[in-house]
Design a protein around this ligand. Structure first.
Ligand SMILES: CC(C)(COP(=O)(O)OP(=O)(O)OC[C@H]1O[C@@H](n2cnc3c(N)ncnc32)[C@H](O)[C@@H]1OP(=O)(O)O)[C@@H](O)C(=O)NCCC(=O)NCCS
Length: 175
């Protein structure tokens, strides 16, 4: 299986750990770093042209997600063991370790999803908002709608490890 496409921009090229899985069709541009066992799934775009993008160990960026940055000093940072669902839009924002970002959500500049916080599917998190540990944010625009359940908290912790296993299986097809 082929790996995604990487492009240099302004002298910076994507740096991808050997154990990371980059699916065919993913496009990585410029100042992008992908850590060990992280995965970037089919047809994602990570454009680190006017600032940088960092994806932490074992985190997964699911199919069709678009990640960009804001110019100035507004990178997009994804910590370790983060789940970013299908078709998410991240733009100059931070997802701390073990954050959960639901599918088709949109996250604008400088917003933060803290460790152990959850953004529901289809949510819109406006600039500057902070989802705190244990909170579930949902809606358009998103608001904290309730505390996460114990089940959700467990899913946030365990989900990325399961995804890292799946990614490793796909990664072996590329050797
Ligand atoms: C929000 C979420 C956690 C479900 O919460 P829940 O409390 O179990 O939801 P329920 O099904 O009991 O619905 C409760 C209410 O919230 C609404 N609701 C459910 N999901 C919602 C969402 N994503 N955004 C807005 N409202 C939502 C329901 O319509 C319902 O409204 P009602 O009371 O007016 O009928 C879930 O829908 C979700 O978004 N999970 C994330 C899935 C995902 O993106 N995974 C990524 C990996 S692929």
């Amino acid at each position: 299986m082929e790996r995604g496409n990487s492009y240099s921009f302004r002298g910076k090229s994507p740096k991808i750990a050997d154990t990371a899985f980059i699916a065919p069709g993913a496009q990585l541009i410029g100042d992008v770093e992908i850590a060990d066992r992280a995965s970037v799934w089919f047809n994602c775009v990570l454009r680190g042209d006017v600032c940088h993008i960092r994806i932490g160990a074992r985190s997964n960026i699911q199919d069709g997600t678009v990640i960009h940055v804001n110019s100035g000093d507004f990178p997009t940072l994804v910590g370790e063991d983060v789940l970013i669902g299908h078709k998410v839009m991240l733009h100059g924002c931070e997802s701390q370790a073990r954050a959960f970002v639901g599918r088709s959500s949109v996250r604008m500049g400088t917003c933060v999803v803290e460790t152990g916080a959850m953004v529901a599917a289809g949510a819109f998190l406006p600039p500057g908002k902070i989802a705190r540990k244990g909170e579930l944010w949902a809606g358009w625009p998103a608001k904290p709608i309730r505390a996460m359940t114990d089940e959700e908290a467990a899913m946030v912790v365990n989900g990325p490890a399961n995804y890292a296993e799946l990614a490793a299986e796909f990664r072996r097809l590329q050797d």
